[in-house]
Design a protein around this ligand. Structure first.
Ligand SMILES: *[C@@H]1O[C@H](CO)[C@@H](O)[C@H](O)[C@H]1NC(C)=O
Ligand SMILES: *[C@@H]1O[C@H](CO)[C@@H](O)[C@H](O)[C@H]1NC(C)=O
Length: 327
C-alpha cells in the first residue's frame, strides 16, 4: 500500500514545469545560446559599425561643404611661397566627428594634376568650423601652378579640387577612414576688368629711367592676396612698343587696389600717333596695350606670376592731351 501511495507523485516529478525544463536546458546548453547570441549581435552590430557607420561617415563628409574665406600668398620665391588659407566647413549632420590632420592635394578641377599639397589641421566637423592652414609650399612641378595662376588671372570663377584621405572618429566608435574630396568654386581676378591708369604726369631727373609717374587702379574680386613683387608691364600702341611701367612691391589684396606706377615712356615713339597730318589719334586719346613682362621678388623672377601677367592683355584708352600739350 505504502508503495502505491508513494508512487503517485513520481509521474509529476518526471514531467517538470516548462520553467524548470528551460533552466535545465540552459544549464546544459548555455554555451551554445551564448554563442548564438554573440553571433547574432556580431552579425547585426558589426555591419553597422564596419559598413553602415563608415558609410554614414563618408556620406556626411560627402555632403559637407567647404568655403575658402581667404588665401594669402607671401614671401614668394621661384619655386616656393608662404600660404595662409582660412576655410570654413559646412555640415548639416547630427554627428560631429573629429577629422584627423591630413595632407590634401589641390588641383584645378578635372585636371588630376595637383599644384600643391596643404597640411589640413585636425578639425571637429561642426557646422561653421574654421580651419586655418599656414605653411610654406614647395612646388614640386611648376607647370600645374603656372596653369592655375593663369586660370586665376583670366577667370571670373574657377573650380579647384581638394583631395585627401583622413581618419574620422565619432564618439566611442572605432576610427574609420574617409575620402575627403571637394570641388570648391572660387572667384578669379576676372582678367583685371576695370584696370585703369587713374592719373599720370611727366617727371624728370629721376634716379631710375622714370619719366612718367602715376597711379593704377587694380580691382580684385577674389579672396586672394597675392604678393607679386616688382611687376614690369610692357606698353604699346597698335603694336609699337612705347615703354614700360613698373609697379614696385605689388601686393594685390581683395577689393580695390590703388598702386603707384613708375613708367619709362619713349615720348618720341608716341608723338607720331598724335601729331602731324598722318596722326591716327589727333584727339590725343591713344589706345594703350599693357601686357605683364615680369614679376620679381627679392631679385628673383616668379615664373608662375610672370606667366599669369603675360597671359592677360589689358587695353585702356589714355588721353595724353594734357601731357603732350594737345587739347
Ligand atoms: C561619396 O562621394 C564619392 C564621389 O566623390 C562617391 O564615389 C561615393 O559613393 C560617396 N559615398 C557615399 C557613402 O555617399
Ligand atoms: C604631410 O606630408 C608631410 C611631408 O610629406 C609629412 O611630413 C607629414 O607628416 C604629413 N602629414 C600628415 C598629417 O599626414
Amino acid at each position: 500500500m505504502s508503495d502505491k501511495v508513494e508512487e503517485g507523485p513520481v509521474p509529476a516529478a518526471a514531467k517538470p514545469s516548462f520553467g524548470t525544463r528551460a533552466k535545465a536546458h540552459f544549464k546544459k546548453w548555455w554555451w551554445l545560446h551564448l554563442g548564438i547570441f554573440i553571433a547574432v549581435v556580431l552579425v547585426v552590430v558589426l555591419p553597422v559599425i564596419y559598413v553602415g557607420y563608415p558609410n554614414i561617415a563618408q556620406s556626411d563628409v560627402n555632403k559637407s561643404t567647404l568655403t575658402i574665406n581667404s588665401m594669402e600668398i607671401t614671401n614668394p620665391a621661384p619655386e616656393s611661397f608662404d600660404i595662409k588659407v582660412d576655410q570654413t566647413i559646412g555640415s548639416k549632420s547630427k554627428y560631429h566627428p573629429i577629422l584627423d590632420a591630413f595632407n590634401a592635394t589641390v588641383a584645378l578641377a578635372g585636371t588630376d594634376k595637383p599644384f600643391f599639397t596643404l597640411e589640413v589641421p585636425s578639425i571637429k566637423a561642426v557646422d561653421g568650423a574654421n580651419a586655418v592652414i599656414d605653411q610654406r609650399v614647395v612646388l614640386k612641378d611648376l607647370q600645374p601652378f603656372i596653369d592655375y595662376s593663369i586660370k586665376v588671372m583670366k577667370s571670373e570663377t574657377l573650380d579647384i579640387e581638394i583631395k585627401g584621405e583622413t581618419g574620422l572618429k565619432e564618439g566611442a566608435l572605432p576610427k574609420t577612414t574617409v575620402d575627403y574630396n571637394k570641388v570648391v568654386t572660387m572667384k578669379g581676378l576676372n582678367a583685371l576688368k576695370g584696370f585703369d591708369v587713374t592719373e599720370f604726369s611727366l617727371v624728370s631727373n629721376q634716379d631710375d629711367d622714370t619719366n612718367m609717374v602715376g597711379n593704377v587702379f587694380i580691382p580684385n574680386p577674389s579672396v586672394l592676396t597675392l604678393t607679386l613683387g616688382d611687376v614690369t608691364l610692357d606698353l604699346s600702341i597698335d603694336g609699337t612698343p612705347i615703354g614700360t611701367s613698373k609697379l614696385n612691391g605689388l601686393v594685390v589684396k581683395p577689393g580695390d587696389n590703388n598702386v603707384e606706377m613708375r613708367s619709362n615712356i619713349e615720348i618720341a615713339k608716341v608723338f607720331p600717333f598724335v601729331s602731324g597730318k598722318d596722326a591716327k589719334y589727333k584727339d590725343f586719346v591713344v589706345p594703350i596695350t599693357i601686357v605683364g613682362k615680369s614679376a620679381i621678388h627679392e631679385g628673383k623672377e616668379l615664373p608662375y606670376f610672370t606667366a599669369a601677367l603675360a597671359s592677360n592683355e589689358l587695353k585702356i584708352d589714355l588721353n595724353l592731351g594734357p601731357l603732350l600739350g594737345g587739347n
